[in-house]
Write a protein that binds this ligand. Structure first.
Ligand code: IPE
Ligand code: IPE
Ligand code: MG
Length: 237
């Protein structure tokens, strides 16, 4: 069975993107350029998240996956990690009503249960509150590392039987999402930083020079326009 079929159950390949993921990078550089504290860059990054989620919803994307905190980001100084946690909590508290009433379903990938109990409680409340929504799925990658995800999926698959590409894919955190069509990274860095390594097997990739706090609907539209120009071949011809 081809990878495409494994992920897509043999369905038609859609012309437009259904699932877009973004490595939101460059908050620190945005702040540094302005001689501001890094935390302020992260704060402005949250504004970009709001704009981008709204745009994704308006464009009718089925899923938008945002890389918010990696398994490697714990190695940052404690004050930066706690600033990021604080922003995350405030974001959920401030924006949950809007998601709930706009048919946005929240989903988390990664091991978010390693966060502080108050953060876990907030996340689980938000998941429960939006679970019945069937509009755009906002997928937030929290304490996410692709290698960790694949290792967890492989052991789950092994405990049930044979390890195959299909049995691993079925245990990934993203198993219920449409296949990844487009992966965007901002800030000009050209690497995956342990994000969606498995899912990106046949995703299109776009690396943009914009720093994340400056990202908005026009950048998302530009990336989607570029995506429609790409010819996806999945190894065929
Ligand atoms: C991305 O911005 C946000 C997170 C990783 C949480 P950075 O903080 O990595 O910003 P740069 O890469 O240092 O500019
Ligand atoms: C990737 O960005 C993680 C997130 C955007 C959450 P990083 O800034 O942590 O990645 P590296 O260190 O530049 O590879
Ligand atoms: Mg970075």
């Amino acid at each position: 069975m081809s990878l495409l079929k494994a992920h897509d159950k043999g369905g038609e390949v859609p012309a437009g993107a259904r699932h877009v993921a973004i490595i939101m990078d460059g908050n620190g550089r945005w702040a540094k350029k302005r001689h501001m504290p890094r935390a302020l860059g992260h704060q402005r990054g949250v504004e970009a998240v709001r704009r981008t989620v709204k745009a994704a919803r308006d464009m009718g994307l089925q899923a938008l996956t945002l890389y918010a905190f990696s398994t490697e980001n714990w190695s940052r100084p404690e004050d930066e990690v706690s600033a990021l946690m604080g922003l995350m909590k405030r974001f959920i508290i401030a924006d949950l009503d809007e998601f709930a009433s706009n048919n946005v379903r929240l989903k988390i990938i990664g091991d978010y249960k390693a966060f502080a109990p108050d953060v876990v409680e907030l996340i689980e409340g938000a998941l429960a509150r939006t679970a019945g929504n069937d509009g755009t799925t906002l997928v937030v990658a929290l304490n996410y590392g692709s290698q960790d995800e694949i290792a967890r999926a492989a052991s789950a698959a092994a405990s049930k039987g044979a390890i195959t590409p299909e049995s691993i894919a079925a245990e990934l955190d993203t198993a219920d999402l449409p296949p990844l069509d487009l992966l965007i990274r901002t800030s000009g860095e050209v690497r995956l930083s342990n994000f969606l390594l498995w899912q990106a097997a046949y995703a299109e990739m776009i690396f943009m020079d914009v720093l994340w706090p400056d990202f908005g609907p026009a950048h998302l539209a530009e990336a989607l326009a570029e995506f429609t120009q790409r010819e996806r071949r999945y190894g065929g011809r």
